[in-house]
Design a protein around this ligand. Structure first.
Ligand code: SF4
Length: 318
């Protein structure tokens, strides 16, 4: 983070520091599902097709998906190195040998410098972590694990049918850290039922863990998701845009300054959604949030006073 000018430590800055150039994430869809969908309806905000909106279908080989997506985005974003992003569903729900063979295919594609694997915190065993760390050593390629948490409020986690609580997430982060594999947490700051207090506590808990990155989403409700029915019947209270911007400002200000922030708002197609970003463009939200942070004199970590900081209670005298 440029400490003088930046409001937060952006993913683009981090990648430039790591690789010395612009690096872009290419989504890859693997033929996998999710244990939460396999055993029930899945999370209440989850679309039938999951999250791999920009990627090719899983019937296309990993190498071809990477090449095709690269072609589409290379000129637009002027990036020449890439991260293969196993994005959709729960990628460690695949048998280990199959996951490793897809990784092998991705690592063999020219200019792929990293593999990011999206999964659930209750679907990562020590055996998988050991194998992923071994793969990194053998192939000299970085590997990052992305765990969906969404909120630290375990009552909300139950209501949205995540199928795991906060403890599983903490356990996954601590175990992953033993293999020195970086972790990114996915968070939604405006889940129905959550308040500013939950958002503030989320920032504190993530900061106290050995987390490398966080990806913040604003709630997106696809029309085929279980949550869509309740939303359309007026049974869901979603906070206002202004409240979301306040929550996001507090979250970033409380977040440890060395945690990389990958995203601040959802950036997904609006056509299949019954609710997305209050009907505002990503740029407008970004501008309004930047104004708010500036007016309040906040930036990432500026309120991070715990973690052995000024909020620590001390005896004045011996
Ligand atoms: S864990 Fe992910 S893929 Fe599975 S149901 Fe929830 S949001 Fe969907």
């Amino acid at each position: 983070m440029n400490k003088e000018t930046s409001l937060y430590y952006s993913y683009a800055d981090y990648l430039r520091e790591q690789y010395g150039q612009k690096v872009y994430k290419l989504p890859v869809n693997l033929p996998v599902t999710c244990p939460n969908r396999a055993s029930g309806e899945g999370c209440s905000f989850c679309a039938g097709k999951g999250t791999g909106f920009e990627a090719c279908g899983p019937d296309v080989s990993v190498a071809d998906q990477l090449r095709q997506t690269r072609e589409k985005i290379e000129k637009r974003y002027k990036a020449h190195k890439f991260i293969a992003y196993f994005q959709n569903y729960t990628n460690t729900f695949l048998p280990l040998s199959r996951l490793l063979s897809y990784m092998e295919e991705a690592a063999g594609v020219e200019d792929v410098v990293e593999i990011a694997i999206s999964t659930r915190p209750d679907c990562i065993s020590d055996a998988y972590l050991e194998a992923l760390a071994g793969f990194r050593e053998e192939h000299g390629i970085r590997i990052c694990l992305e765990y969906g948490l969404q909120t630290v409020n375990y009552h909300t986690l139950k209501k949205i049918r995540r199928g795991h609580g906060l403890a599983e997430f903490i356990d996954a982060v601590l175990r992953t850290d033993r293999w020195q594999l970086p972790v990114c947490a996915h968070m939604i700051l405006n889940l129905p039922g959550d308040s500013m207090e939950d958002v503030e506590e989320s920032a504190r808990i993530l900061s106290a863990l050995s987390l490398k990155m966080v990806k913040v989403h604003s709630l997106y409700i696809p029309e085929d998701s279980p949550m869509a029915g309740d939303y359309l019947m007026g049974k869901l209270a979603i906070c206002s845009k202004e409240e979301y911007l306040e929550r996001l400002a507090a979250f970033i200000a409380l977040l440890r300054p060395d945690i990389v922030v990958e995203r601040l708002f959802s950036r997904i197609p609006e056509e299949d959604a019954v609710f997305c970003n209050w009907g505002c463009s990503w740029w407008k939200l970004m501008d309004e949030w930047t104004d708010l942070m500036t007016r309040k004199g906040l930036r990432q970590g500026s309120l991070c006073a715990y973690l052995n900081g000024p909020a620590l209670k001390r005896m004045d005298k011996e």
